[in-house]
Design a protein around this ligand. Structure first.
Ligand code: ATP
Ligand code: MG
Length: 562
């Protein structure tokens, strides 16, 4: 696809003419047969004379640093050498439990560089969550900080042989290794050439619907990540790209690091916690041109109003993206006001490894829709038996396997892996429909779709309507059992800053949905809350709302943020 403005016909043509074999030609291994994603993402740029180009701009409240491709190549080689010298081997699982920062990135690249499997964990996890994942993955090493190490119940982790400590002065036990020492064992360039199908990452899913699953990704994912970077994130050589996701989630590695680096693009990483003002500062300071975040973050920015962003020079921004949750049309309208451009939603899962459906910068956008499949990947809306449904009928969002970044297994759980496949298709677990032009519209997760008075309603369109109400900041909608209607709708609502709760306001919100969406979608019950239960990756946990409502056990809460 060249960069001229596309219309729907151009998109169709690009989609038809696409071939993964052609994409392979872009990578050096099309000649050698040998691969390593770290070579293609980092080293290749050095070999091609771009070693001095900045790969990473890092900023937190105490540090501001930048790293070139050549520096990342050297640092991650050092880390790889250090692992090897300590006896860690290809295929071993090395987990990373540390703050989002340069050391985490070096460790991740170094681990994959030497053929081991990296498992990034979000730093806010508590001990049990870390333990579960280390045991499930059979991890033999963990890279962490002394502060975070205090949370880990080492006595319950007999297989964990190595504890690599970042930011530590001295060791406290035999099995500890100081990061600084490990990094100084050898600075020799190293790369482990592997097969395309060699595992590189285990990402645990967000835990929105239940216990998180260990999704195994292989080096071949690079083909897909490269294409997502090029076509969806629209990355060009001179872009400054900021993806706000933590590497503990697939968005943070796949879209945050590999997609841009495979395209040779500079990335920004902001450490520390979410902070509205600092986020705008970061956009301005680095003159970010492509910005990728999640609906929950955009809604939080929106909630703070339009005066703050007006104080910053955000003129460098030319493309804004969102993934991870449905993007409400109201949020897109807000972006058009504040950033003079829409936000482009794209849909995918940990299991898909990279973007599957997207709104493209050059294809007309339909706010509220997730756009169209990316080239090289076939998507369909199917009934429960795998039969294709006509436009506008709500069904299972499914993908035709295989595709390059697709999960190769659920670690330790073959049965779970097999359950994804029905009649030769991968079932996502999400419900959606297609319009007559092939745009895909998200309705909700399988378990979240509400059956009220014989009608099936997705929570997303009600939540989206709710946040169009002047007083509403966020909403989570569930069905509660009802003798007459099967289910009735209940909305948990957080209000914008400074808005007073009242029964009158509830009535007003109810009426608003009734008049602007449909009578049967108006929530029978509304409950105001200060916050909604969310995963650490920012997704509303409707199963927790349901459990509260029905007085049932809440299940695995290892990823919850309250
Ligand atoms: P778990 O699988 O553990 O229950 P999870 O599904 O939230 O958690 P992820 O793999 O992080 O874990 O998220 C994938 C899911 O996120 C998708 O199945 C979908 O429900 C939702 N999602 C991602 N992007 C979008 C989007 N653009 N629009 C709507 N939903 C999205
Ligand atoms: Mg899921």
């Amino acid at each position: 696809m060249n960069k001229k403005q596309m219309n729907l016909t151009d998109y169709d043509e690009m989609y038809r003419n696409f071939s993964w074999e052609e994409v392979e030609q872009f990578f050096s291994w099309s000649k050698t047969g040998l691969v390593n994603i770290v070579y293609e993402a980092i080293d290749r740029h050095v070999d091609e004379g771009k070693g001095n180009k900045v790969a990473l701009l890092y900023l937190d409240n105490d540090r501001e640093e930048s790293y070139t491709f050549a520096q990342l190549r050297e640092l991650s080689s050092r880390f790889a050498n250090g692992l090897r010298a300590n006896g860690i081997q290809k295929g071993d699982r090395v987990f990373l439990f540390m703050p989002r920062g340069p050391e985490l990135i070096v460790a991740l690249l170094g681990t994959i560089r030497m053929g081991a499997i990296a498992g990034p964990l979000f730093e806010a996890f508590m001990g049990e969550a870390v333990k579960d994942r280390l045991i499930d993955s059979g991890s033999i090493a963990i890279v962490t900080t002394p502060l975070l190490a205090d949370r880990i119940p080492f006595a319950e982790l007999p297989d964990l042989k190595y504890i690599i400590l970042v930011e530590a002065e001295k060791k406290e036990s035999e099995n500890q290794i100081l990061y600084q020492e490990l990094m100084n064992i050898s600075n020799k360039y190293t790369i482990e050439w592997v097969d395309r199908e060699t595992p590189m990452l285990i990402h645990y899913t967000s835990g929105s619907t239940g216990k998180p699953k260990g999704v195994l990704q292989v080096h071949d994912a690079m083909l897909h990540q490269y294409i997502s970077g090029k076509y969806v994130y629209d990355l060009h050589d001179d872009d400054i790209y900021w993806n706000t996701a933590d590497p503990g989630w697939v968005t943070g590695t796949s879209a945050g690091m590999f997609a841009p680096w495979l395209n040779g693009v500079t990335i920004v990483v902001r450490g520390g916690r979410f902070n509205v003002e600092q986020w705008y500062q970061t956009l301005e300071r680095y003159r970010v041109s492509v910005w990728f975040s999640a609906p929950t973050a955009f809604r939080m920015l929106m909630r703070e109003g339009n005066e703050l962003p007006a104080k910053y020079d955000l003129s460098s921004l030319r493309h804004i993206l969102s993934a991870g949750e449905p993007l409400n049309a109201e949020v897109i309208r807000w972006a058009e006001e504040v950033f003079q451009q829409p936000i482009y939603d794209n849909w995918w899962m940990t299991e898909t490894g990279s973007t599957i459906c997207a709104n493209y910068k050059s294809v007309p956008i339909r706010p509220g829709s997730m756009g169209k499949p990316i080239p090289g990947i076939q998507v369909a809306i199917l009934d429960d038996h795998g039969k294709e449904l006509p436009p506008y009928e709500l069904g299972n969002l499914a993908i035709k396997p295989p595709w390059p970044a697709m999960l190769r297994s659920i670690w330790n759980n073959t049965q779970k892996y097999q359950e994804y496949f029905v009649n030769g298709w991968f079932f996502s677990g999400d419900k959606a429909y297609q319009d007559e032009d092939g745009y895909i519209w998200f309705a909700g997760r399988n378990d979240d779709v509400i059956n009220t008075a014989g009608k099936r309603v997705g929570p997303f369109e009600i939540e989206s309507k709710l946040i169009e109400h002047w007083a509403v900041a966020e909403a989570g909608v569930i069905g509660v059992p009802d003798e007459v209607r099967g289910e009735v709708i209940k909305a948990y609502v957080t209000l914008k800053n400074g808005v007073q709760q009242s029964e009158l306001l509830k009535e007003d919100i109810r009426l608003f949905v009734k008049q602007n969406l449909a009578a049967h979608t108006a929530p029978k019950f509304i409950e105001f809350r200060d916050s909604l239960p969310k995963t650490r990756s920012g997704k509303i946990m409707r199963r927790v709302l349901k459990a509260w409502e029905l007085g049932l056990p809440t299940g695995d809460l290892s990823t919850i943020e309250m």
